[in-house]
Design a protein around this ligand. Sequence first.
Ligand SMILES: O=P(O)(O)OC[C@H]1O[C@H](OP(=O)(O)OP(=O)(O)O)[C@H](O)[C@@H]1O
Ligand SMILES: O=c1cc[nH]c(=O)[nH]1
Ligand SMILES: [Mg+2]
Length: 212
Amino acid sequence: MPILEIRHPLIRHKLGLMRRADISTKNFRELAQEVGALLTYEATKDLPLESYEIDGWAGTVQVEKIAGKKITVVPILRAGIGMLEGVLSLIPGAKVSAVGVARNEQTLQAHTYLEKLVPEIDERLAMIIDPMLATGSSMVATIDLLKKAGCRDIRAMVLVAAPEGIKAVHDAHPDVTIYTASIDQKLNEHGYIIPGLGDAGDKIFGTKQKDA
Ligand SMILES: O=P(O)(O)OC[C@H]1O[C@H](OP(=O)(O)OP(=O)(O)O)[C@H](O)[C@@H]1O
Ligand SMILES: O=c1cc[nH]c(=O)[nH]1
Ligand SMILES: [Mg+2]
């Protein structure tokens, strides 16, 4: 299951709000974090648990905790920051590995400009976050560098995914599962997702008035 579209009613409702052309920066930001948290809930549902004993109010009780696996969240800068708090609201102990990737808007090729990976990343589950999976170039570059650093268990969470990007990730890294709120129709001639969300980075950071 390399791609999972999470068709939960809360996600569908929130994503619908995000698609409005006149959405404010404030609302877009809030919803990106909320959908990020909801995707995290799904993307972690197979994490193994282990039992342990605690002193409860009525004596000892067996409870559970997530077993062994340490997690690093990997936001792809900039726009991935727009989901980070939502993800950390559910896994507050996760370490954050920031990866800076910008796509050249003419060639649509990704260029990596920052790699700030946490220690022992090879022992961690890496959860990549980025609102948009368009051509897939940024995601493939990020997975490439994580694998070079020794990561073996990598998952990706994106708000919206284009079929072209899903295929690119699957062709390059068939072991990586993508969790998304929506598989959209296609890319336009500028490499933007249709119907998509417009330029997610600009909407989160308030850097542009109009969509491309
Ligand atoms: O699948 P792709 O074709 O690579 O496109 C998707 C990438 O493009 C956007 O980032 P952008 O490079 O615009 O940078 P930003 O996050 O700083 O806005 C988006 O946030 C993804 O990282
Ligand atoms: O549709 C797209 C494609 C790339 N980056 C975005 O922010 N939106
Ligand atoms: Mg980006």
